[in-house]
Write a protein that binds this ligand. Structure first.
Ligand SMILES: Cc1cc2nc3c(=O)[nH]c(=O)nc-3n(C[C@H](O)[C@H](O)[C@H](O)COP(=O)(O)O)c2cc1C
Length: 225
């Protein structure tokens, strides 16, 4: 697959087939993804991958606690700043509306919205879950490096015909999940990721998030060709 097609065909997949993924495939993705750049080559990341019984065990651990949503244990870091400008607010609102519209859930139906949100904690049916963590002492630059790694994993997944969804929702279980993964105490859980084959028939996978036009976020100057 051309890298452009990998980028263009990636989307946040929120319904997966249960088809198992061979361990070797995921190992290849994770090992190759570590070719991602990082400032000073610090490679400031940790990835924990679970499948099969481990996925089921984590789901079973959280299932009885879904009543604690949406807060869960609260996120350890600020996901959305409390004050966002109108542009960011509009984009966030818009993507939420598109998502819930795709499954016929109206804005006022809060229980149905929570039920969909809770699907995060089943990895949307994916057979593989990944968790990305970073040393708590590190800062903005290294968080950006972690973002590069996460995107690289997602693009490599496309190369294997797989889809993915990054899931910050897991950060709301920042006590339970690190304990389950036996993360060293200095590591902070940044996000999870669902990985598997997309359910192409699912309505929730049948829409694409919009993007701002090029002129809104980039300038070009000095070109002669
Ligand atoms: C770090 C990160 C965390 C995310 N967390 C969630 C999540 O918890 N649940 C979810 O459904 N989508 C999550 N998303 C997906 C975003 O909503 C999605 O990337 C965005 O709306 C753009 O859509 P696209 O990925 O389909 O292009 C996350 C994305 C990123 C990059």
């Amino acid at each position: 697959m051309h890298v452009r097609d990998a980028v263009a065909s990636r989307f946040s997949c929120r319904a997966f087939l249960p088809t198992p993924i061979p361990e070797q495939t995921v190992r290849d993705i994770v090992e190759t993804a570590a070719r991602a750049r990082s400032a000073g080559n610090m490679q400031p990341w940790r990835i924990d991958v679970i499948a099969g019984e481990r996925v089921e065990a984590l789901k079973a651990l959280l299932r009885p606690r879904m009543g604690e949503l949406p807060r869960g244990e609260g996120a350890e870091y600020t996901i959305y700043p409390p004050e966002m400008n109108a542009t960011f607010r509009k984009r966030r609102f818009e993507v939420g509306e598109l998502l819930y519209k795709s499954i016929g859930v109206p804005r006022e139906d809060k229980p149905a919205r929570y039920r969909q949100y809770a699907r995060n904690f089943e990895f949307f049916g994916a057979p593989v879950g990944l968790f990305f963590s970073i040393d708590r002492d590190l800062g903005v630059a290294q968080h950006s490096d972690l973002g590069g790694l996460i995107q690289t994993v997602m693009l490599l997944a496309r190369g294997h015909g797989l889809h993915s969804c990054a899931q910050q929702a897991w950060a709301f279980w920042h006590v339970t999940v690190p304990a389950f993964l036996e993360l060293p105490p200095h590591m902070m859980l940044y996000c999870g990721m669902a990985l598997g084959h997309a359910d192409e028939t699912a309505a929730i996978n049948g829409w694409r998030s919009p993007r701002a036009p090029l002129a809104d976020y980039a300038t070009f100057s000095g070109f002669t060709a």
